[in-house]
Design a binder for this molecule. Structure first.
Ligand code: FAD
Length: 347
């Protein structure tokens, strides 16, 4: 990676001084940050037909950015299996974009996991994020051992003939890792098993991401790492979620965010944190970004507009907006509660 000038001075959140952007060349940075960025967006499955309609309409604001793919999460223990398939199918039907389905194997039988993958294939999904997932309390042991680990799982998914298999990476080091080296070696093993790229957990210390990117660069794999950006608006919810996920919040950032908590400036402050992070990554040569949208288009769109990312005409609606009545209620898992951001085991 080309060496880039490092920022000096303090920013509002301690990550990156926005007003130092000019030091790196005011004309080049916005172009890198903006028009050259390649995007992907993550959503979680709708729980009802009405929820799906709302989600599809939210995505309309993002589809024009011509994302490389839109990804749909999968509930821990297979709890959103049908929801993932239904939402993935609906997005594919409505937008001319690739959809990546997430799948976890933890706390499910091997047969159930393979059945989910077959279901994804049947509806035309060609891209998979293959995950272990989190352990579920009191899950029967034999089921939890459906696959020995995510390396074995990635190999099994690869054998099923999907076009693209992605995996996860953890800039702040996963809580199950013995240390940073073990975490890194595990990532290399997942690439070796057949994952072509890794999407990171969200993070707020850009140096942690860049350290990981630079380690991968030594193997020629720097371009395989895609940063995950959480398009948050509520700093308190974000911090709760970060704690659940083992994401590091730099103390200076936490202190700054606390100053605007519950005030009318909170959303603008969240936006400035995301801008700082994105600009720092962009200045370091990062051009692909995976945005955790939390199923809302506005925060992501506002961020992209400020970064100068232009909408592209090549991504079109492939069908008129769908109405809830076109979906059968059997497409959706029964009896599930609406998702609550602060209580989600996963998005
Ligand atoms: P792995 O990569 O297999 O393991 C996590 C870490 O544990 C590794 O980094 C490694 O350090 C260590 N480890 C594990 N096994 C070994 C071993 N045998 N030897 C050495 N080290 C080992 N969860 C959901 O439930 N649904 C989703 O849709 C979902 N989507 C996600 C998307 C992204 C981009 C990310 C980053 C996470 C997502 N998660 C999701 C969360 C994920 O399930 C948890 O982070 C989970 O704890 C780890 O799953 P994994 O597949 O990354 O695990």
């Amino acid at each position: 990676m080309p060496a880039q000038p490092k920022p000096n001075g303090a920013s509002i959140n301690g990550i990156y001084p926005l007003n130092d952007v000019g030091e790196m060349g005011a004309s080049s940075l916005p172009v890198k940050a903006g028009r050259q960025a390649k995007l992907s967006f993550e959503v979680f499955p709708a729980k009802t037909a009405a929820g799906q309609k709302t989600l599809l309409n939210e995505l309309e604001g993002l589809a024009g950015y011509n994302p490389e793919f839109i990804s749909v999460t999968y509930g821990a223990g297979g709890s959103s299996r049908n929801g993932t398939a239904a939402t993935a199918k609906a997005i594919q039907n409505r937008y001319q974009t690739q959809v990546m389905a997430h799948i976890t194997y933890s706390a499910q039988s091997r047969a159930d996991v393979i059945a989910s993958l077959e279901q994804f294939k049947d509806i035309g999904i060609r891209q998979i994020l293959a995950l272990r997932g989190d352990e579920i309390a009191n899950a029967p042991k034999t089921e939890a051992q459906a696959f020995a680990n995510s390396v074995e799982f990635i190999s099994a998914v690869k054998e099923m003939g999907f076009d693209v298999i992605r995996t996860t990476a953890y800039p702040d080091i996963h809580k199950d890792a013995k240390d940073a080296d073990a975490d890194f070696d595990w990532l290399l093993a997942k690439f070796d098993a057949g994952a072509s790229e890794a999407i990171t957990q969200f993070f707020f210390d850009a140096d942690h991401f860049l350290k990981l990117r630079d380690r991968l660069d030594k193997y020629g794999f720097a371009d395989r790492l895609i940063p995950g950006i959480l398009a948050f608006q509520d700093a308190q919810k974000m911090q709760n979620f970060a704690q659940q996920c083992g994401v590091y919040i730099p103390p200076a950032l936490k202190k700054e965010l606390d100053k605007t908590a519950n005030s009318e400036l909170a959303e603008a402050h969240a936006l400035s944190v995301l801008l700082d992070l994105w600009l720092r990554l962009s200045a370091e040569g990062i051009s692909r970004y995976h945005v955790y949208t939390l199923n809302k288009s506005r925060p992501t769109q506002t961020l992209l507009e400020l970064l100068g990312v232009g909408k592209q005409v090549s991504c079109q609606l492939s069908a008129p907006p769908v109405t809830a009545k076109k979906h059968s209620s059997s497409d959706f898992p029964k009896g599930e509660k609406a998702l609550n951001f602060s209580k989600m085991s996963y998005l």
